[in-house]
Design a protein around this ligand. Structure first.
Ligand SMILES: *Cc1c(COP(=O)(O)O)cnc(C)c1O
Length: 393
């Protein structure tokens, strides 16, 4: 039967009926261990009781009231985010791309306000992913994402990820900002060296640029710190967050510090749905869990255990796995075989993972997994690797 849904995804023929913590249960009753988490979205697992309670309580009280009015849940979530990181103020929206879009507009207006309207260009990095709007596909620079959508939005200069000299060379009198993912997700779980981020901070400071971090995928506890950049101690001026912030409810946020936090003035930017009471109830509930004492330590510990065990794979299956990458529970297996074959083999056995560029398979489990889930996943990964190694031999 032809579907009335637009065919803009290469979907797998599998539909889920419900979720329980790190498990997804398909329509036929089969249970899958979910190490994709809706692409780093359901960080607290499916139907976390604290989130269900917050959502249903709010659903019975007030869903939406528009940003024409004060929204106390926004004020609370913004204050809690600001207290936990570099930021002074937060703009709420509904997705990662919108958070990036807000940040990109903020960057232009920041310089325009300061009498430097000629500064609008943004340095970005190969392998980046920032979303699917016109501006964010131009920022990401992927030829596939841009194909068919000419002309691209002007003003992005892409250089190799990790190449500080190339950044210096790309910065000119029209440069406004540097935009980088502290850990590239779609690009293949590539972790920025802390020294590289320090170098970007120094370049931004010397040239009066804004440093803009995209933590849409790596933020909200995924790496074992609330935000991935907090491992290296380098703070941005602007940051986009989304995916894990709503635990499955669509929420995006653009955070900023200092004068950049005051750039978006009344009438300069906005959204109808962003930060509505329903979303804010869930966002605040996510922070209740992620900021509870010991939670981020748990993420780090699970990440270490999972990673230590994954590290044995390249030696055991050299024809299948080349390398293990990542930090916390944002891990990647760089494959020798085609990554989609490993994803498919794992899915057949009941483990859900996500492919990424650079022939990587991403492991992005819920942050609430325990050692039993790690054991179960490893068992399936070993089985898939031996099956693929045998086929290759
Ligand atoms: C997913 C993602 C985005 C885009 O988020 P959407 O909610 O899909 O618009 C932007 N940046 C990064 C790093 C992402 O992983």
């Amino acid at each position: 039967m032809a579907s009335a849904v637009m065919q803009n995804y290469r979907r797998l023929d599998l539909a889920f009926q419900r979720g329980e913590g790190p498990w997804l249960i398909a329509e036929d009753g089969r249970r899958y261990l979910d190490f994709g988490a809706g692409i780093a979205v359901t960080g607290l697992g499916h139907c976390h009781p604290h989130l269900v309670a917050a959502l249903t309580r709010q659903a019975e009280t007030l869903w939406h009231c528009s940003n024409l009015f004060r929204i106390p849940g926004q004020e609370r979530l913004a204050a809690r985010l600001a207290a936990a990181c570099f930021a002074d103020a937060v703009f709420f929206c509904n997705s990662g791309a919108e958070a990036l879009e807000a940040g990109l507009k903020l960057v232009r207006k920041y310089h325009d306000d300061a009498g430097r309207p000629e500064r609008y260009r943004v340095v970005t990095f190969a392998g980046a992913f920032h979303g699917r709007t016109l501006a964010t596909i131009a920022a990401g620079g992927s030829a596939n994402a841009l194909a068919g959508f000419d002309p691209p939005v002007e003003g992005f200069d892409q250089v190799p990820f990790g190449d500080i000299e190339a950044v210096k060379a790309a910065v000119g009198p029209e440069t406004a900002a540097i935009l980088v993912e502290p850990v590239q997700g779609e690009g293949g779980i590539r972790v920025a060296d802390p020294a590289f981020l320090r170098g970007l901070r120094a370049i931004a400071d010397a040239a009066g640029l804004l440093l803009f971090f995209d933590e849409v995928q790596c933020g909200v506890g995924r790496t074992g710190r609330l935000f991935a950049h907090q491992w290296g101690g380098v703070e941005p001026d602007v940051m986009a967050v989304a995916k894990g912030l709503g635990g499955g409810f669509p929420i995006g946020a653009c955070l900023a510090a200092g004068p950049a936090a005051r750039t978006l003035t009344p009438g300069s930017h906005g959204t109808t749905f962003g930060g509505n009471p329903l979303a804010m109830a869930v966002g605040n509930a996510v922070l209740d869990v992620v900021l509870a004492p010991g939670f981020l330590d748990h993420v780090s510990r699970m990440g270490r255990i999972l990673r230590d065990r994954l590290e044995r794979l390249p030696a055991l299956y050299p024809g299948v796995i080349a390398e293990v990458r990542g930090i916390g529970l944002m891990l990647g297996l760089k494959c020798v075989v085609e990554n989609r074959r490993l994803v498919a083999t794992l899915m057949e056995d009941g483990l859900l993972t996500v492919p990424a560029s650079d022939n990587v398979v991403r492991l992005l489990p819920a942050l609430i997994i325990d050692e039993g889930h790690v054991d179960a996943a490893l068992e399936m990964i070993h089985r898939a690797c031996s099956a693929l190694a045998e086929k290759a031999a």
